[in-house]
Design a protein around this ligand. Sequence first.
Ligand SMILES: Cc1cc2nc3c(=O)[nH]c(=O)nc-3n(C[C@H](O)[C@H](O)[C@H](O)COP(=O)(O)OP(=O)(O)OC[C@H]3O[C@@H](n4cnc5c(N)ncnc54)[C@H](O)[C@@H]3O)c2cc1C
Length: 468
Amino acid sequence: MTNHETSEIMTALRKIVGERHVVTDPAELQVLGCDWTKIFFVDPLAAVFPASTGEVADVVKFCKEHGLGIVPSGGRTGLAGGAVAGNKEIVISLKRMTRIDPVDRVGLTIQCEAGATTQAVQEAASAAGLFFALDLAAKGSSHIGGNIATNAGGLKLIRYGGMREQVLGIEVVLPDGSILDMNSRLRKNNTGYDLKHLFIGSEGTLGIVTRATLRLMAKPRNVQLACIAVRNFSDITKILTIASMEGATITAFEFFTDVAHGIVLQHAQGARTPFQQRAPFYVILEVEDAVGGASVMEPLLEKLYENDVCIDAVIAQNSAQFKELWSLRENITESLSAHGHVRKNDISLPVDMLDPFIRELVDEVAKAPKDIEVVLFGHIGDGNLHINYVGPKSGDKKQFQEAARKVEERIFSLLPKYKGSISAEHGIGLLKKKDLKFSRSEAEINLMRGLKKIVDPAGIMNPGKIFD
Ligand SMILES: Cc1cc2nc3c(=O)[nH]c(=O)nc-3n(C[C@H](O)[C@H](O)[C@H](O)COP(=O)(O)OP(=O)(O)OC[C@H]3O[C@@H](n4cnc5c(N)ncnc54)[C@H](O)[C@@H]3O)c2cc1C
């Protein structure tokens, strides 16, 4: 593309979104064309910041007419390279589209533009005395549009489901620039194919989500939280079973290893262990107590001691301790990035297959190069295990990624036998497209490709993501 052509494109984009809302500065583009992965080549042509669905549609139409690739961009907290622009694409960021409408207290819904952050929606719901259930450590930065595009899972999926379960309707700008209004507030609507689900989890490859209607619910009351120290991995699933058998309403069931705990204690400001003696594993268990009823947590912990599946446990006694215990889990991702080079896996298995899988994983990890540390944590109550390969910061990043990739491939190849998934919640993006075959049959991949061709025949919407 000549300089003259580029300059004409920028003039046209500025006409649509305004002079100040097109970025071409190479240093800024390195940030705007990248997500949390930071391992891919980044080279967008420009980043634009529309202020309305109409402006998004006009930018998309312009890109279609000029054969320009588009990368939809939210809070850029994605962990699969989905928001990476490495081939002169136009990054369309929804950062300016943050409007949240007044809460519908009767129908228990909230409507917002897709650039609203997850936390802003949580806070708007809370201010109206209600509750928005999606929760994740990236909530301060991640956008509702990004949550929808990745079908984010998060910390409360075990109780409330993931993003798919929170979405009642969406508005989408299609790759030809037309606007598909499916932003319904209906809870029931059996009128043919439910097309919104095609876009949820499509990682920006089928269109740009511009607005959404989300489900709200009553605020959970009497939530109790415990951090439980555990001797063996197999005790974790036993705790899950005992908690369910005891009738606990589990709102979160997370785990991390002592290695993850040590890294958080080293890097997260103010972090401290609640235990006198460290243990190999820890569970974060959150339960809802019956309103006005007796506490569930204390008798449950007694049962865990009786069954010898718990070495020690701490119950949060006030909101400060509640935050402190949760932060031990929520600070893991950021602490790992501060600690060294990281390659992340986000696999899931049927929960009863976790024990045998972990035994095989331990064997594979033993064969890994000695300077690769394997750090485990995750939403284990949903069968979601985050496997993180961590190499020393002083080492070569590229060499580390190559070595970690070899271990990762061996671990992925174990999954089909357990009917597991290579991506529980982070998506495929650029990072895992080679590995899609481990979780999806050829027939499924062909059908996905066919759908992509129908919706985006020119292939301009987030090109090269999920599959080539
Ligand atoms: C500390 C940390 C903790 C995390 N914890 C979790 C977790 O518990 N559960 C979980 O599921 N994920 C988690 N993630 C991953 C990430 O936060 C989620 O995937 C999140 O939903 C991404 O939202 P985003 O706005 O940052 O999207 P981005 O990173 O900007 O984009 C992600 C994908 O969505 C597309 N996209 C973005 N906006 C739109 C839009 N409006 N329309 C169409 N496509 C769009 C992009 O093209 C890209 O493919 C975590 C990440 C971090 C850094």
